[in-house]
Design a protein around this ligand. Structure first.
Ligand SMILES: C[S@@+](CC[C@H](N)C(=O)[O-])C[C@H]1O[C@@H](n2cnc3c(N)ncnc32)[C@H](O)[C@@H]1O
Length: 436
């Protein structure tokens, strides 16, 4: 890769990649990735603003006591302020270029930010740069221990899924690597890491999951690093499943709290790491091994991971298990202890099976190709029309019985089941709206 005026140019294929917010944006489809993250920011901002408005209108309720009123006003003000802070930090995503409402985002399938969006690992950012040293030092300590007490000699290092970057920073500062590349695909975490690596500070709110008192429901935290990072500490926005690096580019690959969340079977993740390493290079892995959302066969434990490693081209595996404090916010009653697995392994040869690239169909790659109406799409279209029909029946006048009659007239169900089904549908709708 070489840096040109407009961004980065791939030496092998001449593709161009922009720099967004000072960070090389190395996604295979950079514009699509930008639209995706911009959409998530838009949805998050609208969500925070509408929640703030809902809290303020709840203070008008007669039943709100003094402390409750204080809490609602405090959190509403924090949400509004957080919207402004996020807009400033994430301005390079170009939110002002988006004209989509929250409803349109939901309709088109932008995933709910609170679950799968910008704030998915938001608490890591607070842990990394605001809560003090205990957890960060413990995590680093496990890795240094498995390396035999010395963080030097890692060579060119890649940290995959680096999040807000604290471990990458600590390893780089503590060791002597000429280059440490921290990658992630989440621009919020990357932009915070950029500020921290530069030795600057910034303020963002923490919203603890089990606040101790009214003020703890929204705590404005100052995020800062001990000092600017040493030369050679770099950030790149990239998808680990489509990593923009040449084979054998690194002496060390670090995967912190990553192998279980990436959504691929462990053998394939290990083969991807292998490809990125030089012969004899080292893979450092640390974190949880809880593959709870994977297919049954892929919910592996430590013994199974160790069995897979030789097939993935790794040898000399040194493992350490330690119980560490995890996500202990000073403002929360909730905290965890994690039994963390850390290993270092050496690349002994190629993996038995090469990781498959994700292949997209032509109609997704070329905007002028007709989109096929597959069986799955057909089903989705019909069920969406039924859903839209059900919602359209709600006009402020019809009763459940009226609606059931309409469904029978449209031959969507029999008279026997219609009333019960309408009742179930409306109950779910009501509960969903209460839960949001
Ligand atoms: C469990 S967090 C761990 C973050 C960090 N390593 C830490 O220990 O705090 C997993 C990280 O992987 C990132 N991630 C998940 N899937 C990714 C992908 N396909 N490409 C790049 N990063 C990804 C997430 O954004 C998140 O920062």
């Amino acid at each position: 890769m070489a840096l040109e005026r407009a961004g980065w140019i791939c030496g092998a294929c001449s593709s161009g990649f922009p720099v967004i917010g000072e960070i090389p944006w190395l996604f295979p489809e950079p514009r699509q990735a930008l639209a995706d993250w911009r959409g998530r920011l838009g949805m998050l901002s609208q969500h925070l603003a509408s929640e703030a408005a809902a809290m303020l209108s709840a203070t008008a309720g007669k039943e709100a006591g003094q402390a409750t009123r204080r809490r609602l006003e405090h959190v509403a003000a924090a949400y509004d302020d957080q919207v402004r802070r996020l807009a400033a930090l994430l301005a390079p995503l170009g939110l002002d270029q988006s004209g989509m409402s929250e409803a349109t985002h939901r309709g088109i399938g932008t995933r709910l930010p609170l679950e799968q969006g910008l704030t998915n690992y938001y608490v890591n950012l607070q842990r990394d740069w605001a809560w003090g040293e205990e957890e960060n030092a413990a995590g680093l300590g496990e890795i240094v221990a498995v390396l035999g007490g010395d963080a030097r000699g890692l060579g060119r290092t890649l940290v995959q899924g680096a999040g807000a970057g604290r471990l990458a920073y600590d390893l780089h500062q503590r060791g002597d690597a000429p280059l440490t590349v921290a990658t992630d695909f989440n621009p919020l975490l990357l932009f915070v890491a950029r500020e921290m690596f530069a030795g600057r500070s910034l303020e963002l709110y923490e919203f603890p999951i089990a606040p101790r008192n009214v003020e703890d429901h929204a705590v404005l935290r100052r995020l800062s690093s001990p000092s600017a990072g040493r030369a050679g500490l770099e950030l790149m926005a990239a998808d680990a499943l489509q990593a923009p690096f040449a084979d054998a580019a690194f002496d060390t690959v670090v995967t912190p709290w990553f192998v279980d969340i990436i959504g691929e079977p462990f053998a394939r993740v290990a083969a991807r790491v292998n490809l990125l390493l030089k012969p004899g290079g080292r893979w450092i892995n640390s974190g949880s091994l809880s593959f709870s959302r994977a297919a049954h066969a892929d919910r592996i434990g430590l013994e199974e991971a160790l069995e897979i490693m030789p097939h993935a081209g790794f040898t000399d595996v040194r493992v350490r298990e330690g119980t560490l404090p995890y996500m202990r916010s000073p403002a929360s009653r909730h905290s965890r202890l994690e039994s963390v697995v850390t290993w270092v392994a050496r690349k002994s040869g190629p993996a038995a099976e090469l990781p498959r690239a994700r292949v997209l169909p032509d109609w997704l790659l070329q905007p002028d190709r007709p989109v096929p109406r597959t069986r799955a799409f057909e089903m989705q279209a019909i069920s969406s029309r039924v859903h839209a029909f059900l919602l359209a029946m709600i006009n402020g006048e019809r009763s459940m019985r009226d609606m059931a009659r309409m469904l029978v007239e449209q031959r969507l169900m029999s008279a026997d089941e219609a009333e019960a089904q309408v009742s179930l549908f409306l109950t779910r709708l009501h509960e969903d709206s209460e839960n949001q």
